[in-house]
Design a protein around this ligand. Structure first.
Ligand code: XIL
Length: 352
């Protein structure tokens, strides 16, 4: 087994070094710039450690993107580590970088069951106390970033694939109302901020997406402030073009701003055996990126909030976190060289 892994690693390395990148240095073309070609904002989710320690990463973010999402440092447990402590230094660093480079900052995320700190998980109190906790958290964070963070993923991943509400401490302690309360609290704290609901798996246009769309309809009817829908788009390369196109259409039907908020295209198919990247997959991935950008371009201009990729280079992707996968989901390779996917996106954006 160990030998198979070694050989796989070796072949992958050769492939990545030789074939996978699109080599602008061997052509007369200068590398194009995503943010200059795109008619809508192009975002990257960034990790604070990379931003601090990796100049290639930072420069690429500066060069190619005009919108930023913090990959982790604005989440609940990062900014509110204990009941009476708020910690904004890491997030403020990202904001300063964005300001220096004229980039938009999209806030992620005020409420996500997966980012509850330990103190929240063991918090004791009645329903009113829980509502107050939620209100204090949301309003302190939103007010801190007021004028700097103009849009927020208010609630993240609240629905199951079957269209029900996911079990979470918020649902348990407050009830289904916790979602609209989160939106109302955020709006009160910054009436100018654009408020998004963000979730994954909507691209399958199944029960989950329709449940989300029903919630949006209900919110609009009852005057609960909501302005945008975030579709994460952590997608596999095998997802059909037709589904992607349908998903964009259905999402646009909500009338809200649409953000492809966490895009990356996995080529690994969750295969248990050692995985090998190859040229065919790389081409398929490039085509899929193109499809996503073309499909997004077809939604009404005024609803195009932008497309954000979930990190920058292949090595940084959360799909490769904990060394568990050897996936190649991004537009840039492990050395931050543009891949065929990058070239395909540029081509897609240049098409009228
Ligand atoms: C992920 C980050 O990329 C990881 O570094 C972290 O350990 C866990 O969270 N959906 C989301 C993102 O909304 O916040 C998640 O980010 C990926 C899935």
């Amino acid at each position: 087994m160990r030998y198979i892994l070694l050989i796989t690693f070796f072949l992958n390395t050769i492939f990545i070094a030789n074939a996978q990148t699109f080599d602008y240095s061997s052509s007369s073309e200068t590398p194009p710039v995503l943010k200059s070609v795109a008619p809508f904002p192009i975002g990257a989710a960034v990790g604070i450690k990379h931003m601090r320690n990796n100049p290639r990463y930072r420069n690429l973010v500066k060069e190619q993107f005009n919108s930023i999402t913090a990959e982790n440092v604005m989440k609940f447990k990062a900014v509110h580590p204990s009941e009476h402590v708020f910690k904004f230094d890491n997030a403020d660093e990202i904001i300063a970088f964005a300001e220096e480079n004229n980039m938009r900052v999209h806030g992620h995320t005020l409420l996500w069951a997966m980012s509850n700190p330990a103190w929240v998980r063991s918090y004791q109190g009645d329903k009113t106390a829980w509502k107050n906790l939620l209100k204090t958290h949301i309003q302190t964070v939103v007010k801190h970033f007021k004028g700097k963070v103009r849009s927020w993923d208010v609630v993240n991943e609240a629905f199951t694939d079957g269209g029900g509400l996911k079990k979470s401490i918020w649902l348990q302690k407050i009830g289904p109302e916790y979602i609209e309360l989160a939106f109302r609290y955020a709006h009160e704290a910054d009436p100018d901020a654009l408020l998004f609901y963000n979730d994954y798996g909507q691209e399958y246009v199944g029960k989950k997406m329709y449940a989300i769309l029903n919630m949006i309809k209900d919110f609009k009817k009852r005057g609960v402030p909501i302005h945008g829908l975030g579709m994460q788009m952590h997608i596999p390369v095998r997802l059909s073009d037709a589904k992607i196109q349908q998903a964009m259409k259905v999402a646009a039907g909500s009338g809200l701003l649409i953000h492809l908020s966490e895009l990356e295209i996995s080529v690994k198919h969750q295969m248990p055996k050692p995985f090998m990247m190859n040229e065919q997959l790389s081409r398929q991935q490039a085509e899929k990126y193109k499809t996503v950008f073309r499909a997004y371009s077809s939604i009404p201009k005024k609803q195009q909030f932008g497309i954000t990729t979930w990190n920058v280079g292949d090595a940084d992707s959360y799909r490769n976190s904990k060394g568990r996968n050897h996936d190649h989901p991004m537009m840039f390779d492990t050395q931050y060289r543009p891949k065929p996917a990058f070239k395909a996106v540029i081509d897609a954006l240049k098409q009228p």
